[in-house]
Design a protein around this ligand. Sequence first.
Ligand code: ZN
Length: 304
Amino acid sequence: MPERPDLEYVVPRLADALAGAVITATRVRKPVVLRLAVEGKPEELWTGRRFGAVSRRAHFVLFALAGGAPDVEMVVAPMLAGRFTVDDAGERSPGDLAVAWTLSDGRELRYRDSEQMGKVYLLPRGRWDQVPGLQHVGVDVLDAQRFTREAFRTLARTRRDQVRVFIMDKSALDSLGNAYADEVLWHARIHPKTMARALSDDELDALHGSIVHVLSDARDEVARRQAPLDEKVRDFLKVRNRHGEPCPRCGTTLRCAGVHGHDTFFCPQCQPETRRSSIVDWRKAPSTPGPAAPPGVRQKRSRR
Ligand SMILES: [Zn+2]
């Protein structure tokens, strides 16, 4: 479920709700979500620890935990369907409850995940290398100082993949998931299968502007709704999950197609598939190497 606009709403509220709360018990209903990088029984590892700061890093939620040995932190990757609630411990457990942490004040932090695709990591503090995708996070797209047009052009020139795959790479950009990737590409009028390297400077500038615009708007809209923590606010999206509906810009019927195993929604009129999508072959591209990627950005190998 959660993408950056959702997490930017949820994380500060979790931080407020949990600050200083002490964990007295842990119930594990779906062990498949647990990833423990410390020794011990899952039901006991959290006991006696106190919640500190809660923060977002890409699509992860980081929970600082004080007290107890060894020194640990919790990292949750909610993936597709993970969500949090803070309830009275006496309330009935929902069917999709994965893990619950009972607090000394009678409340409970609950991690729910109907798909069980999310992960709850407990790791020695600072060992972010234990969590795939956590250590190397790309440029913050809402940081106007760092995410400049020039920085984005430089990054795009190093890519050998389709634009949708590129903008969803969390090691390049922090961050876009399936829903906002579709929204951004529709806003920028770019077909999702266009090769990143085939985009002109003007198109890259437009895409840069759309990333900032769409994510900022979504963040503001989600914040404005003041929905419950576990509710996904997506009804304002223009194309995501709107297959068969008219494009809000031109009225053409929106389509859905697969891009690297992910459903992608787009308007065939506003986002025409040009020959550039299919004929650009990086193996035949000029051999001049592009500028080096910024520090911390992992180069992806193209699959042949
Ligand atoms: Zn359209």
